[in-house]
Design a protein around this ligand. Sequence first.
Ligand SMILES: [Mg+2]
Length: 281
Amino acid sequence: MLSSRLVKEQPSTARSGLCSSRHCCVVPAHEVWVCSAKSDLGSARESTDRVLQAGRLPASKTMGQSFNSAGIALFAQIAWGNAPLALPHLSVPSIDSLDWGALARAGFRGCVFDKDNTLTAPYASAVAPALAPALERCRVAFEGRLVLFSNSAGLAQFDPEGSEAEALEAALGIPVLRHAEKKPAGSAVEAEAHFGCPAERLVMVGDRYLTDVVFGNRNGLLSVRVAPIQLAGEPTAVSLARRVEDYCVARWWRQGHKAKPHPLAPSEEALATFVCEPAVR
Ligand SMILES: [Mg+2]
């Protein structure tokens, strides 16, 4: 059944007129819940932690960095009754469509970035040129409080000495978070220690629902999903996972599921202020 309905693009219900390119989509304000529920977050964390523990396989570098057993187990659990956990607060074409100043004025204190297909092409070690100005605006708005959260560099399982993280920091000029678990597993304790503020004051930006969005939502960050920079060059496993994620998310949106609202953006209007036309400030 899945294979007959795989989608390559965002659901039409998530599109807006902000951009006409293939991957451009902005979740309109009416598709976002108003959130109150820190208690909901706690119960979601407890529930998903159990699933993550059950789905975790022994760590081994030979498993390959693109295999995320805990993430797959969690996504299955989400599919069976916790769809909002995989739905971002905002979905935009790229970081160029975010008003970083508005996010800072709303009380956010820093940004956690995924790397591949969010800031760089897959496995590239340079920020995509078209995104460099937006990244600089983010850096200014948050007074340098940015960090990369990779599922390879900085991850204890794959990069125990931190050498990959150091190389990436030198190449991109952004600190790389040292952390113990792959997204979407784990807590935000490392990010909170890095920024010195609660996770609710942070923005999580990434291109994957399964990893970036779920991690952000599980831990109380504002989750922002960007369209991937390019699909070419991704491992087959990632490509397949992305297609399943796109299919599921499109279906959940059609069914009326919505992201659980964020306490610093408790209304549709508040979320809408974080989105801007690319190249228009
Ligand atoms: Mg990515």
